[in-house]
Write a protein that binds this ligand. Structure first.
Ligand code: RFL
Ligand code: PHB
Length: 396
């Protein structure tokens, strides 16, 4: 069988937010890239995932010319509510650190990235099979794959970037004697639902409850996104819509202090396990890793998508220097620079997760409540949460 060879400067595996944003930022610097994606454009665009953009993510997207729809349909939030039975407290990020976050779903970010990619004629191979990376320590690394039309391709590039999430081949291309991994698996999962009902809150509610954590988020003025802590291995079919709304009402405090939760038709439900994972280094030879390919965080604290954006925000100028000018200093610093933020966010997500989820130990529950009371009543406690949630500067 003949192989079609495609030469390019940067070969990117994965057309999720990190892959497409990297291609966008490289194009703005005049660097050519080709993207290879295992799934279809529709599939990648329809996955319901992240909902919150940090201050620095919105800044970067605006500077990259991707901010118009965020300004139009995104919803700026100045804080979150933290609650436990009988008490709800607003943590005001603007007051504590002068920063906001935005409700703007990952599906919307993906739409903006796909539209920009089409507009500049970005080469993307969707529905690629047998994707494999080769010769990553040489100066002509390659990605091979079978295209949707059955053709065999070989992308030959100056550098490869693995933006292929937690299940792609890039992470494993770093040899075992080079890579180090850290992992924490949590003893609970989230049942997430999307509902066609106006949110019952103006800003997100994170709720501690003896029955388990619950969260009220949103996607728009007419669509709510809600989560319940459930045991690992939960079968989604054991949770009827009525059972979900009852548990949400109990855990979110329906009827307390005059607040009520408005139920509505559930349009999507799924169970997601939670883990923290980091693989280092984030570069091996001419293979760079970005986003979920290098690290996973549990969703409490909304860091996954924001970390992916921060990685490529650091990586794009580094690769432009490397490919164009031959100056390797930024590329050499990439892994250490990115990992500082990765570990900060890994800690923050772990802290939010373990502070808010119940794991059955009454002593731990008292410590959690004490910590929540301190965060809600101390300016120093609230500022620490606010600074981490709203996000640090990229590259800091
Ligand atoms: P993605 O989005 O997983 O994209 C990776 C892409 O690589 C493709 N791929 C391959 N392509 C070619 N060959 C192969 N062999 C391949 N194998 C895989 C995949 O098809 C896919 O298109 O990783 P990326 O780009 O690094 O982006 C990361 C984010 O998607 C992720 O961190 C967030 O969604 C995490 N996350 C959240 N992050 C936030 O910042 N705020 C949130 O509120 C938030 N909520 C969430 C979340 C993730 C969730 N789930 C289900 C994981 C809520 C949920 C429910
Ligand atoms: C969401 O809206 O999906 C969301 C918001 C905040 C989180 C996690 C998920 O911490």
């Amino acid at each position: 069988m003949t192989t079609t060879v495609i030469p390019t400067e940067v070969a990117i595996v994965g057309a999720g937010p990190s892959g497409l944003l990297l291609a966008h930022l490289l194009a703005a610097r005049g660097v050519a890239s080709v993207v290879v994606e295992a799934r279809s454009e529709e599939y990648v665009g329809s996955r319901i995932r992240a909902g919150i953009l940090e201050h620095s993510t919105v800044d970067l997207l605006r500077r990259a010319g991707l901010g118009d729809r965020i300004a139009e349909v995104g919803d700026e939030h100045r804080g979150i509510y933290l609650q436990w039975p009988g008490e709800r407290h607003h943590i005001d990020f603007q007051e504590h650190v002068g920063r906001s976050v935005w409700v703007y779903g990952q599906t919307e970010v993906q739409k903006d990235l796909v539209a920009a990619a089409h507009a500049r004629g970005q080469e993307i191979h969707y529905e690629a099979a047998d994707v494999a990376v080769h010769d990553v320590t040489s100066d002509r690394p390659a990605v091979t794959f079978t295209g949707a039309d059955g053709t065999s391709y070989r992308l030959e590039a100056r550098v490869l970037v693995g933006c292929d999430g937690s299940f792609g081949p890039s992470r494993a291309a770093v040899p075992d004697d080079v890579r180090q991994t850290w992992e924490r698996v949590y003893p609970y999962s989230w049942l997430g639902v999307l509902a066609d009902v106006a949110p019952s809150t103006d800003e997100l509610i994170y709720a501690w409850h003896p029955d388990g954590f619950a969260m009220h988020s949103m996607r728009s003025a007419s669509v709510s996104r809600l989560y319940l802590q459930v045991p690992n291995g939960t079968d989604v079919d054991t949770w009827s819509d009525d059972r979900i709304w009852d548990a949400l009402a109990t855990r979110l405090g329906h009827g307390e202090n005059g607040w009520s939760l408005e139920p509505g038709p559930i349009t999507e439900k799924s169970v997601l396990p939670m883990r923290s994972f980091v693989q280092t280094p984030m570069r091996h030879g001419n293979l760079f890793l970005a986003g979920d390919a290098a690290h996973i965080v549990p969703p409490t604290g909304a860091k996954g998508l924001n970390l992916a954006v921060a990685d490529v925000g650091v990586l794009a100028p580094a690769l432009a220097e490397l490919v164009r000018g031959g100056d390797s200093r930024l590329a050499d610093a990439y892994s250490d620079t990115a990992l500082r933020r990765v570990w900060r966010c890994t800690h923050f997500s772990w802290w939010m997760t373990t502070m808010l989820h119940t794991a059955g130990d009454p002593f731990d529950a008292q410590l959690q409540l004490s910590q929540l009371r301190w965060v809600a009543s101390s300016a120093a406690g609230a500022a620490g949460l606010a600074e981490n949630y709203a996000g640090l500067d990229i590259g800091s």
